[in-house]
Design a binder for this molecule. Structure first.
Ligand SMILES: [Mg+2]
Length: 236
């Protein structure tokens, strides 16, 4: 029996549509500069690396924060603020600066042209463990929904987050294609939930092992060619 046609595509965000490391690095620098101006004892005592360590330590104590990276950041900043004799306002202000900078991303060059074309033919959505805001990033018109670990309460590769994305798309999991860069969270997770999968391998890495994606592409132009070949979108 042939597989039912793909009607929706869900996209991982970080490292699939933009590179996340430079964004986080800049966001942390900007937050640090803001703290130096408003709550100087905090950045004097905690470098960005120290804050990361504090965050990792807090995650060990409170594993329930794993699906809510924003809350983990806020709580660890509150802890640092408290250690420096500041109140919760320091943490909330710092987080707001961080969050704004976190949404200043530089889309990979293939993203806008391909999403614009595909959005006219299929239902597209975001599916992320992070806390990017697609409206702020300017993808709100192309991605019709964004399901996050924070909104669902579990993170990829848990099947429930893929089921939530399928519900948001209004399409059964068998008719959703999930596209992402992370072998475990995106490919193996989506596959186990019953979706078809494409691995976006921008850095030409070797497959680390485990059940493979239905296809591998180097970027979204490759995805578009694949969808043409699979007759999921019509040729020009
Ligand atoms: Mg990713």
């Amino acid at each position: 029996m042939p597989a039912p046609p793909i009607l929706a595509i869900t996209f991982d965000l970080d490292d699939t549509l933009w590179a996340i490391d430079p964004v986080i690095e800049r966001a942390e620098q900007r937050m640090h500069a803001w703290l130096a101006e408003h709550y100087p004892r905090l950045p004097e005592r905690y470098s960005p690396a120290d804050l990361r360590e504090l965050r990792d330590g807090l995650l060990q104590q409170r594993p329930e924060l794993a699906h809510d990276l924003g809350a983990l950041r806020r709580e660890s900043l509150a802890l640092a603020a408290q250690h420096c004799g500041y109140g919760r306002d320091a943490a909330e202000g710092a987080f707001a600066v961080m969050w704004q900078a976190r949404n200043e991303v530089e889309l990979f060059a293939d993203v806008l042209p391909v999403l614009t074309e595909l959005a006219a033919q299929l239902t597209l959505g975001g599916l992320t463990n992070g806390n990017a805001d697609i409206a702020r990033i300017g993808l709100g018109g192309l991605l019709r929904f964004c399901v996050s670990a924070h909104s669902v309460g579990v993170a990829k590769p848990h099947p429930a987050i893929f089921e939530a994305a399928s519900a948001a798309a209004g399409v059964p999991v068998e008719q959703v294609l999930h596209v992402g860069d992370d072998p475990q969270r995106d490919v193996i997770g989506a596959r186990a939930a019953g979706m078809r999968t494409v691995w976006v391998n921008r850095d030409a890495l070797a497959w680390p092992g485990g059940p493979r994606a239905d296809a591998e592409v180097a970027d979204l132009h490759g995805l578009r060619e694949l969808l043409l070949r699979w007759h999921i979108v019509p040729g020009a």
